[in-house]
Design a protein around this ligand. Structure first.
Ligand code: HMH
Length: 225
């Protein structure tokens, strides 16, 4: 029995990438309350279409689960994404006159396409462990960012960004993330090194795509042609 958890190995492997996210101007400006609203709205629209595909990973997790308890937890994650997290996006964008239909019709940017299709490819061809490894950086890194920002003096005073920080620092989001981390550890138990490094690769690529997502929003990325 190995004494260290597989999730710790993943965390250590991804830490330099996650630090780069924390230092990205999109996030430093969001926590300081200085992020321009056009960048934030662009992000919310892209994130909304991202979440539509991301939510499907939870549905597929439910299908691939080997026991009812895991199946139910994935159903809860699916529900939470569609009705809690995406509701935040709907309420935010409504304030700026973007309708629900417009939100759903957002044309995914190149980076959004890369990220969502990477996740869906994992869902279509990977094991349950690979699905969890690919979706974990999303939840875990947002949980870390939300929790860190909630502690920053003044960050929750901003009228626009307060709700976003509250969502990702919430106890509910933290508990769901902890559950996914625990599931990753359970699924990795006893796997050969070749399998573990495949999982690590999924986790690292998803972490790189997380960084690219922040950067895409800051640059207001468009299709070049
Ligand atoms: C791109 C991205 N990653 C992670 C999350 C957290 O669910 C999100 N909303 N968007």
């Amino acid at each position: 029995m190995s004494s260290s958890r597989f999730s710790e190995r993943l965390y250590q492997a991804a830490e330099p990438l996650w630090l780069k996210c924390h230092e990205h101007p999109f996030l430093t400006e969001l926590s300081a309350g200085t992020l321009s609203t056009d960048r934030f709205i662009y992000y919310l629209k892209q994130d909304y279409v991202y979440l539509i595909d991301y939510a499907k990973l939870f549905a597929i997790g439910s299908v691939k689960a080997r026991d009812v308890q895991t199946m139910a937890k994935f159903a809860e994650l699916l529900h939470n994404t569609l009705n809690v997290e995406m509701e935040l996006h709907r309420q935010y964008t409504e304030k700026f006159g973007v309708s629900r239909e417009q939100l759903e019709q957002t044309v995914p940017s190149p980076t959004t396409v890369a990220y969502t299709k990477y996740l869906l490819d994992t869902a279509a061809h990977g094991s349950l462990a690979e699905v969890v490894a690919a979706l974990l950086p999303c939840m875990w890194s947002y949980c870390e960012i939300g929790t860190a920002f909630a502690k920053r003096p003044g960050a929750l005073d901003h009228p626009l960004y307060r709700e976003w920080i509250l969502m990702y620092s919430s106890e509910e989001f933290g508990e769901l993330t902890e559950w996914c981390i625990g599931l990753m550890d359970k699924l990795a138990e006893g796997l050969p090194e070749a399998e573990l490094s495949r999982l690590e690769e999924r986790f690292i690529v998803a972490s790189k795509l997380e960084y690219m997502f922040w950067d895409m929003a800051y640059r207001l990325e468009e299709w070049p042609v």
